[in-house]
Design a protein around this ligand. Sequence first.
Ligand SMILES: *[C@@H]1O[C@H](CO)[C@@H](O)[C@H](O)[C@H]1NC(C)=O
Ligand SMILES: *[C@@H]1O[C@H](CO)[C@@H](O)[C@H](O)[C@H]1NC(C)=O
Ligand SMILES: *[C@@H]1O[C@H](CO)[C@@H](O)[C@H](O)[C@H]1NC(C)=O
Ligand SMILES: *[C@@H]1O[C@H](CO)[C@@H](O)[C@H](O)[C@H]1NC(C)=O
Ligand SMILES: *[C@@H]1O[C@H](CO)[C@@H](O)[C@H](O)[C@H]1NC(C)=O
Ligand SMILES: *[C@@H]1O[C@H](CO)[C@@H](O)[C@H](O)[C@H]1NC(C)=O
Ligand SMILES: *[C@@H]1O[C@H](CO)[C@@H](O)[C@H](O)[C@H]1NC(C)=O
Ligand SMILES: *[C@@H]1O[C@H](CO)[C@@H](O)[C@H](O)[C@H]1NC(C)=O
Length: 392
Amino acid sequence: MPSLLRLVLPALAAVSTAYAASCTVSATTTIQNAGDATGLASCSTFSGSIAIATGTTDDIALDGIKKLSGNLIATNNANMKRLSAANLETLDGEMRLDGLTRLYGVDFPKLKNIDSIKWNALPNLQTIGFTAEVEQAKKLDIQNTGLRSLKGINIEEVKTLFIANNGYINEFSMQLGNVSDSLTLADNNVNVKVELPNLIWATNLTFRFCGSVSVPSLKTLNGSLGLYNNGFESFSAPNLTSVGEALAIVANDKLSNITFPMLTKITDNLQIANNSQLAEIQAFPELKSIGGAFDISGNESKVETPKLESVKGAFNLQSTDNITEACDFYKSLQQKKWLQGKYFCRGKVEDPGTAGHTPKDQSGSSKKSAATSLSAVNGALGLAAMAAVLLL
Ligand SMILES: *[C@@H]1O[C@H](CO)[C@@H](O)[C@H](O)[C@H]1NC(C)=O
Ligand SMILES: *[C@@H]1O[C@H](CO)[C@@H](O)[C@H](O)[C@H]1NC(C)=O
Ligand SMILES: *[C@@H]1O[C@H](CO)[C@@H](O)[C@H](O)[C@H]1NC(C)=O
Ligand SMILES: *[C@@H]1O[C@H](CO)[C@@H](O)[C@H](O)[C@H]1NC(C)=O
Ligand SMILES: *[C@@H]1O[C@H](CO)[C@@H](O)[C@H](O)[C@H]1NC(C)=O
Ligand SMILES: *[C@@H]1O[C@H](CO)[C@@H](O)[C@H](O)[C@H]1NC(C)=O
Ligand SMILES: *[C@@H]1O[C@H](CO)[C@@H](O)[C@H](O)[C@H]1NC(C)=O
Ligand SMILES: *[C@@H]1O[C@H](CO)[C@@H](O)[C@H](O)[C@H]1NC(C)=O
């Protein structure tokens, strides 16, 4: 760390009015103690970033500032307990709090607009003191905190939202209408109840280790939907009509019922694997086309996609159960040349796997000339993308 600049108010290029000042600094202003913070109180608009020194032990109150055009940063400070700004309404920059192991209070009662929030390693922070509720933020990245909920943040649109490894968050509910890049909820409290009643479109949505997920209004996904390791028994996307990239439903141990009643098109891969309780897949009554691979493996006894008429990538269906009926149906589609990539369909296998995997028969022997790797247009690429989603 470079040596910290000590704040000297006269050095600020200040433009005073009778009531409030606009203060502009080019470098980052570093605050060492409560007195330094009080020294900024006359700046109702502060242009420049504010950093809190690592050794600060005082509570820091940035009162007086209404608008901060810059970042507010506090990192690697084991002693600081509270950070507040009684008058701050707008923060045109990032609020970065990282490695503040004792911090328990973040009180910004008037804050409504913020460019981005990046919080990490705040184990003692249980609540967000944004009393007025932040209603605009482009990016939220909150990891490894002691937060119980995100109450205080209720935004209507977002670019990226990444909430991970917050072991106590058991509720996530927002008025979000759209997500222009991605929303990821991963490895929080396994019982976390996710409710996005107004979400209409998003690019990527990833849910990992969630207790329940509700997206009743979701209509379009410009990117992918990934459901991994979740604890719910059923998942439904009642209004979803198209998926711009892939749909992946993997390793949800209790999942027994999925429904996508309006879904007609998946532009890239459909992958369903390792959902041990998912016996019947009748989730896609309207699905007509898959631009990548059709890749379903597991313990299915029934798989039905009555309207399917085009799969551009590989077709792979492997199950521990008897799927003769499904294989007969898909064989007929293949004969009509509606399934354009490599074709593999087999039931009663011991170790069902994804496209490219050659399963063992339940008798134990491996049959030859089994699945081949994805060949067609988007197939291989799509799976690579899927792996990326898997790895987060
Ligand atoms: C995103 O959602 C918000 C809130 O629902 C809405 O006001 C806005 O028009 C939406 N933007 C787009 C591009 O759909
Ligand atoms: C995603 O799709 C929605 C609805 O089709 C559209 O309004 C929006 O502009 C698209 N967003 C991006 C980032 O492409
Ligand atoms: C969406 O996810 C895909 C697959 O992981 C990735 O390639 C793409 O860049 C993501 N798009 C956005 C806007 O995050
Ligand atoms: C589902 O979509 C229809 C048609 O676009 C719309 O009228 C309805 O309100 C949507 N349902 C929900 C719960 O958003
Ligand atoms: C599956 O879920 C759908 C939608 O949530 C519901 O209507 C249906 O009754 C469920 N089916 C079973 C067998 O539980
Ligand atoms: C399914 O589980 C098997 C065995 O644990 C694993 O090898 C495979 O990679 C999993 N499939 C997916 C798509 O994650
Ligand atoms: C099939 O079900 C059994 C028993 O529930 C489970 O152990 C196994 O992992 C499941 N296999 C797949 C591929 O989901
Ligand atoms: C699988 O089910 C079909 C009927 O759908 C039946 O004719 C066939 O004998 C069954 N195969 C095995 C190995 O149980």
